[in-house]
Ligand binder design. Sequence first.
Ligand code: 3PG
Length: 435
Amino acid sequence: MLKTLDKTQIKGKKVLLRAAYDITLSNENNKWIVPDDQRIRATLPTIKYLLEQDCRVILMSWLGRPEPGQIEDKYKMDAVANRLSILLEKKVKKLDQTVGPEAASNISKMKSGDILMLENTRFNKGEIEADPELALEMASLADFVVFDAFAQSHRKHASTTGILENHQETCCAGFLMEKELTVLGQILKGTMEPFVVVLGGAKVSDKIAMIRNILDKSAMILIGGALANPFLKAQGFGVGDSLVESAQIDQARGINFDPVEIARELLAKSKNDVVPHELLPEKWPNGGPIKLSKIQLPIDVLTAKRNLNNGFDDETIKIEKVNSRSNLCDPQDSILDIGPRTTDIYSQIVKRARTIFWNGPMGLFENFNFSHGTKKLAEAIAKSKAYSVIGGGDTEAVVTKFDLEGQFGHVSTGGGAALSLLAGEELPVLKYLEI
Ligand code: 3PG
């Protein structure tokens, strides 16, 4: 059972609030700003509750992947503290250290209801390796840890498992952590059927374990984005110059990993599974009915040729059918979006689903020319009567870009963490947050 904040005696405590503010900052007029504050807003219920409980609130997070020991402006927490000050209508003092004399002295001067933000934990050597000395220093900053950093809860760092190791009896989960675990846990336990999973984005390595775990629980898995490429290759299609993740070692799980091989294995495993009748489209797009599979790949794609500036010229854009031709596109062309027929069929399927989990865009949605598949599908999921859970860095960005806030059941703040949980893996912080 999770140790929750509402069941915890927290009044007046000095609290280390572990939040996940891993936000890609943008630069405007030489100033780093937060372009999308969803992750900050998501922590407001916990922060406001702690302030109402007269706590002294010390916020801690990492942002990006700086070189350990090196301080870079684009990874500093100042922009996050500024944005939080605006949202709270209260000054959030930002320190230039995570641990050390400046942090200690500022914290010692805090009064009830004060809030401050520490510097990026990943600026410290030892953070990623979960160095026990660093973890103890971090833990010593406060009497109690409220862990609300769901998006960072799949990592064993000094600022995750390390601080909790030192606060085993003095920690609990924050409201965001609790909500994320409840919603995603519900998907794993059993959902309203049919359950449809929509997966896109680039990295197969992030999603493979999750597909394996969720294959039996889902009625269909709709694949798009660069994730489709190794699956198309596994079916024998040439994908030209498209992005295909290469064979590698999965560091987190310590296994050799060839995306095309794994795609082949997953397709073979699901090949006899029948798609439930109630998911089949009511109206087939031009070309008539086709046989759908449990792991469904695009039936058409948008391709274009990369130019010398690393962009794509309009006149090279083509719609290619995924049919019996062995090469889907010319060797110099890349697949950049799902095609119109795929978009139509996928949209009709999500309309008829009762539960949807969506992670990862269907194409290079940042470029208008290749944004249609992702936009139309996002709108279809938003309109669907199904309970929809969406998550993953880029997927959150899709919601903001296409003005779809508030139209999904739950927008998870955790990409890797959500996938890890859905892959059936235990989040390492739960050892400390559960009784
Ligand atoms: C996230 O936002 O998904 C986390 O901060 C993960 O960060 P990492 O992949 O750099 O460890």
